[in-house]
Design a protein around this ligand. Structure first.
Ligand code: HEM
Length: 373
């Protein structure tokens, strides 16, 4: 019999909030607000302060696999009831850059018709979001580290606003964004290397969430053969200003597809191990959990039928009126760790400003019929 790995059991004590962290959270939220307001004055319209540009918005169905072992049959994945989902593909900058400037990518998934107790701020709602990037770890370990990065970006924006020429080319603007999140400039220089098809990417929450009785990161990976064929496939990002949108649209005009939903469970480190030495830390989001010790395991699939991926009505509804945040969650999937805690206020304030500035009504769908075709 193989030995059962020592999965980390969830209890509130898996988190170790820092004494001053609310001060940092407020400052993070203020900085995000400054970015979004600066961009709004540039564009005369409010966008998300990061991940402003969407490229495709899909609707599909999530269904947990039958006969999961007990440790995987948790929270949303405890039953095989099908759930409608909305998937928003984005890129990292707060600018509406040409897609020829490649940058890190995001995928936000909203699961609908979810019963069960929610985290306090989401009481009465029926959605569960997973907000992911195409990486396996975050750029900063904790809120303080991220604040420094994002303040650097914010200062850069001020200079850019003053010196319009500096931001008038997409490449310069992108450079500022990439520096802000302390990504190596190779990310920009290596445009060829990262010019791959967005539907071949794998995404993850990179920071942990409660997984019922356990703790996990959640991920999404191509499962159908037609998506797998796009893994690492080069595309021409100069083909169109909105090349990524075009690729997603072309694919789903005729094809159906399937993603695997995966979880990587945390293992319990030796009792008494300091956070900085842990293999599966909760409070350090810049650490990739070792796959050799705890592999990603498939718990569900998302199926998507051929569809119109970017109708005006759908784009307006999702970009303008919806918000995706890890704090749209079941209590069983409460976001964990400092980076996750810092996101509660920042995302709430961002959508509040966006709908007010653009004179829209905030929406949180109660049924799939609310998502425009
Ligand atoms: C695990 C780390 C993180 C990941 C994976 C992540 C990823 C994302 C993604 C994919 C989006 C776009 C969501 C959408 O499509 O609507 C987004 C938006 C956003 N992120 Fe993060 N992010 C992370 C950390 C943070 C932190 C630490 C903050 C600030 C405290 C932050 C602030 C925001 C804000 C304000 C938005 C815009 C929300 C809105 O206007 O609706 N993010 N993030």
């Amino acid at each position: 019999m193989p030995e059962t790995p020592g999965y980390l059991r969830y209890s509130p004590s898996v988190e170790q909030p820092a004494a001053n962290e609310h001060v940092i959270f407020d400052e993070l939220s203020r900085t995000m607000q400054h970015i979004t307001r600066t961009m709004a004055s540039r564009y005369r319209h409010a966008y998300r302060p990061v991940h402003a540009k969407s490229h495709g918005i899909l609707t599909g169905t999530l269904q947990a696999l039958p006969n999961l072992p007990a440790e995987l049959k948790q929270g949303l994945f405890a039953t095989t009831d099908p759930h409608p989902v909305v998937m928003r593909f984005s890129t990292n900058p707060g600018d509406m850059l040409a897609d020829s400037v490649s940058s890190p990518r995001g995928l936000a998934v909203k699961v609908l018709n979810v019963d069960g107790e929610k985290v306090a701020n989401h009481a009465g709602e029926t959605t569960q979001d997973f907000v992911c990037i195409n990486g396996s770890k975050f750029t900063a370990p904790d809120p303080e580290g991220f604040l420094k990065q994002i303040q650097g970006f914010d200062k850069g924006l001020g200079v850019g606003e003053g010196a319009k020429e500096a931001v008038s080319t997409a490449a310069r603007a992108a450079n500022a964004v990439l520096k802000a999140v302390h990504l190596p400039s190779a990310t920009l220089e290596g445009i060829g290397a990262s010019a791959v098809h967005p539907l071949g990417e794998s995404f993850s929450t990179v920071a942990p969430v409660r997984y019922g009785d356990y703790v996990a990161k959640i991920g999404f990976a191509p499962a159908s053969e037609n998506l797998k064929a796009l893994v690492g496939k080069s595309i021409d990002l100069h083909e169109d200003y909105n090349a990524l949108q075009l690729e997603i649209w072309k694919f789903f005009r005729h094809e159906d597809a399937m993603w695997d939903v995966k979880v990587q469970l945390a293992l319990a480190d030796e009792p008494g191990t300091e956070e900085k030495d842990k293999k599966f830390p909760i409070e350090k989001a810049d650490v990739e959990w070792p796959e050799d010790d705890s592999p990603w395991q498939t718990v569900a699939t998302i199926t998507v039928k051929a569809q119109e991926t970017y109708s005006d009505a759908r784009q307006t509804y999702v970009d303008e009126r919806l918000s995706f945040t890890p704090w749209h969650a079941l209590a069983a999937h409460q976001p964990l760790g400092g980076i996750m805690r810092s996101r509660l206020k920042a995302y709430e304030e961002a959508i509040k400003y966006r709908v007010q500035r653009n004179e829209r009504e905030k929406a949180e769908p109660k049924s799939a019929e609310e998502i425009p075709a």
